[in-house]
Design a protein around this ligand. Structure first.
Ligand SMILES: C[S@@+](CC[C@H](N)C(=O)[O-])C[C@H]1O[C@@H](n2cnc3c(N)ncnc32)[C@H](O)[C@@H]1O
Length: 368
């Protein structure tokens, strides 16, 4: 039997979902805003939390906007297109600010906004089903048909349109029935790769404008470094974050596609989540003290960061993360040894709940 319940949205969580808190009852409703109220259909219920879908609004926040994307209702890729960018930013600042509130005062948290809210991705991955002739994004096991993703760059959008009107199914002819393909910009061209994990040759940032802002930030934080210093760039990919430095830099990643970065960079391939990661890293280090550790792990963060810090003992840390939740967990474990000077949010993925968070830490002075 369908269950209908009243709701009143109190806040938006860091997954961009409205949270209704009536008494002890917490109901999560996507695509709502603080102040919205009405009735919702409960489609999943657990002991303390229920998940609902709006069936009827009694009051609707005046911050609601008509979504610019035709796929927004079904696609799970974007989370904030039901409001304007100013509101999106302020909701993200609030929810992520709250996450870090036990570690750092709000005045030490800044946000760097995006200039473009759509068409910023230079790479998109789509799933296909040859039998159903569907192309789109995956939501659990199902593919939601998306033929026109507004987050893709205009060049990628155009290429996708051409493929869908022409050769796509022929190109997928010998491929498995269900798989994925990637469209990515390289050397001023949009390239297609099918069922390949590292299509564009290792990790690369998807939002180049925002990557520039991130690089400006890293440059500012490392402005005092010179050629006499030693730097480690962990989860460094192609060396993006340390390319501007003069200091001797060891770039470590699990996937090294080229060992020829800039002259000051040396690349080393290590599985940093592996059992022997710390020992393998130790073998690659010179005996110089480490001035700065730059760290940019995948979403899972670096749970045993303390083991790495014990080995590296850097004076400063710049910890960049695309998952503030795991970043916070890792920062908590460094609290005794380092002061968090600042946290800067970079809106690398506008329209979605994702956010890049950069923390700047300095080693505590040992009192004598
Ligand atoms: C968020 S990216 C950061 C890349 C780089 N800092 C940049 O700005 O382009 C995370 C990096 O972690 C690397 N990675 C993923 N799993 C890894 C592992 N087990 N060991 C080492 N590196 C890994 C990926 O190859 C990727 O380059």
């Amino acid at each position: 039997m369908t269950k209908i319940a009243p709701f009143l949205i109190s806040y938006v969580d860091n997954l961009g979902q409205g949270v209704s808190k009536i008494g002890d009852k917490i109901t999560i409703i996507k695509k709502t805003l603080p102040g919205d109220s009405g009735q919702c259909i409960i489609f999943h219920e657990m002991a303390k939390v229920a998940f609902g879908k709006v069936s009827h609004f009694e009051q609707k926040s005046d911050k609601h906007d008509r979504p610019i994307c035709p796929h927004y209702d079904e696609c799970q890729g974007c989370h904030y297109l039901h409001t304007d960018y100013k509101t999106e930013i302020s909701l993200k600042e609030k929810s992520y600010g709250l996450l870090f509130s036990s570690l750092i005062p709000a005045t030490h948290i800044k946000t760097v906004k995006a200039d473009q809210r759509s068409h910023y991705r230079n790479r998109i991955q789509l799933h296909y089903d040859k039998r159903k002739k569907i192309v789109g994004f995956k939501d659990r096991k199902e593919i939601i048909s998306v033929t026109n993703c507004l987050m893709a760059s205009l060049a990628i959008q155009k290429k996708l349109e051409e493929l869908l009107q022409g050769q796509l199914w022929t190109l997928l002819g010998h491929e498995k029935n269900n798989g994925h393909f990637e469209l990515y910009e390289k050397e001023n061209e949009v390239k297609l790769s099918i069922n390949d994990r590292y299509a564009s040759g290792g990790f690369s940032q998807v939002n180049l404008d925002m990557n520039q802002k991130l690089l400006t930030y890293v440059k500012e934080k490392t402005a005092s470094l010179s050629s006499k210093h030693y730097v480690i760039d962990l989860f460094g990919g192609n060396g993006n974050l340390s390319a501007h430095l003069d200091s001797e830099t060891l770039v470590v990643d699990g996937h090294v596609s080229s060992t020829s970065g800039n002259r000051h960079q040396t690349f080393s391939q290590i599985d940093l989540y592996g059992k022997n990661a710390v020992t393998s890293l130790q073998n690659e280090l010179s005996d110089k003290p480490i001035k700065c550790l730059i760290l940019d792990p995948p979403r899972s963060g670096l749970k045993n960061i303390v083991d790495f810090i014990d080995l590296l003992n850097p004076e400063e840390i710049i910890y960049i993360s695309c998952n503030p939740q795991t970043q916070k967990r890792d920062l908590v474990s460094l609290k005794e040894l380092y002061d968090i000077e600042s946290i800067t949010f970079f809106d690398l993925f506008p329209s979605t709940y994702h956010l890049e968070s950069a923390a700047h830490l300095k080693r505590k002075k040992v009192s004598s």
